[in-house]
Design a protein around this ligand. Structure first.
Ligand SMILES: Cc1cc2nc3c(=O)[nH]c(=O)nc-3n(C[C@H](O)[C@H](O)[C@H](O)COP(=O)(O)OP(=O)(O)OC[C@H]3O[C@@H](n4cnc5c(N)ncnc54)[C@H](O)[C@@H]3O)c2cc1C
Length: 421
C-alpha cells in the first residue's frame, strides 16, 4: 500500500520536526511562504554580523527525548554551552537576574522595602489576574520596581485582563527562604532557575539547527498557502495538490483567510490576542552579559539580546560585540527620525549605528481572560476531523519555546505512526 500523503504547512521548528520524524512512514511535503526554513528560529548575517531577526534563540530542554533528538541531528561539538548571565538595568545599575534573588545588589532602602514586602507576600487567596498576582506573589515593592513595568512593556496589554496560569514554569518563583538565603550569601543562585544554562550553535546561529533538522526533507520554500479545501479525495492545497492529511503550524488568525470555517470559530479566532515585535541589530562594546532587561518606561526597548555572548563568531570585529534590542508594538519605520523621536535605550550602553532590523507580526501569545474559552472552542472544532491537525506555537496558540514545540511534534508523529500500524 502506498504511503499516505501529508502536507505540513510551515517550515518552522514544529513543522520541520514532525516532517523529519514522519518521513519514513508517510509521503511528506513541507510548505513555507518564506524563502528559507526556520520560521521564528532563523539567522541572517548583515555585514558579517550574526542576527537572529526574530529574537536570539537559545536551546535547552528538561525533556531528555528532545535533547537527544537535537544532539543526534546536530552533535554536541557543534554547540556552545553557556551559563546565562542576564542583568536588569535598574536605576542606572546592572542588577543580576532574577531581581527577587538579587536584592542584595540594590541600594539599602530599596532592598529593605523589597525584602519586607516579599516576606509578607503570598497571603490570602491567589488572585486570578496577572497584575494582582504579581503583587500577591512578589510583594508590592518588587512588583512596582520591576515586575509590573517590565511586564507592561513586554505584553503591551492590560495586565489586569490577563490570566496567570501561563507563567507557571516560565517565570522563576523562588521561595521566601531562597530569597533570604540569596541575601545572606549574596548569591543570586541563578543556576537553579529555568533556562539558566543553554546551548547555541557555535557557528551559523540558530539557522544551523533548523537547517540540520530540514536535511533530507522535501521543503517547498517560497510557496504560500492561500487556499485549503476538502473534497472526497482529500485536502486540496492552492487548487493544485491533494493530500490525505494536513498538519498546520500557520498562525490561527490566518486560517479564516484560506479555508472555510463556521462563523462561531471565526469569531473565537478573531478574539485571540497576540503582540508584535521589532528587533534592531547594533554593533556594541563586547560584554559577557547574555540578556539585559530594561523595565523602565523611560526607554522604549524592554530587552537587549547580546548575540556575541552566545557565540564568539557573532561579530566580524573580534574586539566588538553585537546585540539586538527588542521593542513591542506596531511596525515602526526604523530610520533617523525614529531614533531621534524615541528614547530607545540607556545611552551608556554605547550602541553604535543600527545595522539591520526586522518586524515579527506574531511574537507572543497573550493569555487574556478569554484565551482558554476561545482556544477550547477552536481545538474542539478541529478535533472532529482527524485528517487536519494543528501544531506549533501559533497553530495551537500557546506560549511554547522551541523544545516544547519539538516535543509536541514528536508526540504527534508518534501518534500518527501508531495509527498507520
Ligand atoms: C522574541 C522571541 C524570542 C524567542 N526566544 C526563544 C529562545 O531563546 N528559545 C526557544 O526555545 N524559543 C524561543 N522562542 C520561541 C520560538 O520562536 C518558538 O517556540 C518556535 O520557533 C515556534 O516554531 P513553530 O514552527 O511552531 O512556529 P513558526 O516558527 O512561527 O513557524 C510557522 C511557519 O509557518 C509559515 N507560514 C505562515 N503562514 C503561512 C502560509 N500561509 N503559507 C506557508 N507558510 C506559512 C511561517 O513562514 C513560518 O515559517 C522565542 C520567540 C520569540 C518571539
Amino acid at each position: 500500500m502506498e504511503n499516505k500523503k501529508v502536507a505540513v504547512l510551515g517550515a518552522g521548528v514544529s513543522g520541520l520536526t514532525v516532517a523529519r520524524i514522519l518521513d519514513n512512514r508517510f509521503n511528506v511535503t513541507v510548505y513555507d511562504k518564506n524563502k528559507t526554513v526556520g520560521g521564528l528560529a532563523r539567522t541572517r548575517f548583515t555585514d558579517g554580523y550574526l542576527y537572529d531577526p526574530h529574537g536570539g534563540h537559545i536551546f535547552n530542554s528538561k525533556h531528555k527525548d528532545v535533547v537527544d533528538f537535537i544532539f543526534s541531528i546536530l552533535p554536541k561539538e557543534n554547540w556552545k554551552y553557556t551559563v546565562r548571565n542576564a542583568k536588569i538595568y535598574f536605576n542606572g545599575k546592572y542588577i543580576s537576574y532574577p531581581f527577587e534573588l538579587s536584592l542584595c545588589e540594590l541600594d539599602d532602602d530599596d532592598a529593605l522595602d523589597c525584602i519586607y514586602d516579599f516576606v509578607m507576600a503570598r497571603q490570602g487567596n491567589e488572585p486570578d489576574n496577572f497584575k494582582d498576582w504579581l503583587i500577591w506573589n512578589f510583594g508590592e515593592a518588587i512588583s512596582k520596581r520591576y515586575m509590573i513595568p517590565y511586564n507592561e512593556k513586554i505584553w503591551a496589554y492590560p495586565l489586569e485582563q490577563m490570566e496567570t496560569q501561563f507563567m507557571q514554569g516560565k517565570m522563576p518563583l523562588p521561595t521566601k527562604k531562597e530569597m533570604l538565603r540569596s541575601m545572606l550569601l549574596k548569591d543570586p543562585s541563578e543556576r537553579k532557575m529555568p533556562h539558566s544554562t543553554f546551548y547555541y550553535p557555535l557557528k551559523g546561529g540558530i539557522q544551523t539547527m533548523v537547517d540540520a533538522i530540514a536535511e533530507g526533507i522535501e521543503v517547498r520554500c517560497g510557496e504560500k498557502i492561500n487556499d485549503i479545501k476538502k473534497n472526497n479525495e482529500g485536502w486540496i492545497i492552492n487548487d493544485e495538490e491533494i493530500y490525505d492529511i494536513i498538519i498546520s503550524t500557520i498562525p490561527l488568525p490566518e486560517l479564516p483567510n484560506i479555508m472555510e470555517l463556521p462563523e462561531k470559530i471565526n469569531l473565537c479566532i478573531k478574539d485571540l490576542k497576540y503582540n508584535s515585535l521589532t528587533t534592531i541589530l547594533f554593533d556594541c562594546p563586547k560584554t559577557d552579559i547574555t540578556w539585559l532587561y530594561i523595565p523602565s518606561h523611560n526607554y522604549k526597548s524592554h530587552r537587549v539580546g547580546y548575540q556575541s555572548a552566545l557565540t564568539p563568531y557573532a561579530s566580524p570585529n573580534k574586539e566588538r560585540g553585537c546585540a539586538a534590542l527588542e521593542i513591542i508594538g506596531k511596525k515602526f519605520e526604523i530610520n533617523d527620525k525614529f531614533f531621534k523621536e524615541n528614547n530607545i535605550l540607556p545611552k551608556e550602553l554605547e550602541f553604535n549605528e543600527s545595522l539591520d532590523s526586522e518586524f515579527t507580526k506574531y511574537a507572543y501569545v497573550i493569555h487574556d481572560k478569554n484565551y482558554r474559552k476561545n482556544l477550547c472552542e477552536i481545538k474542539n472544532y478541529f478535533s472532529y476531523d482527524d485528517t487536519f491537525k494543528l501544531l506549533g506555537r501559533w497553530g495551537t496558540w500557546n506560549y511554547k519555546n522551541m523544545d516544547l514545540c519539538m516535543k509536541d511534534a514528536m508526540n504527534l508523529a508518534k501518534e500518527m505512526s501508531e495509527n498507520v500500524d
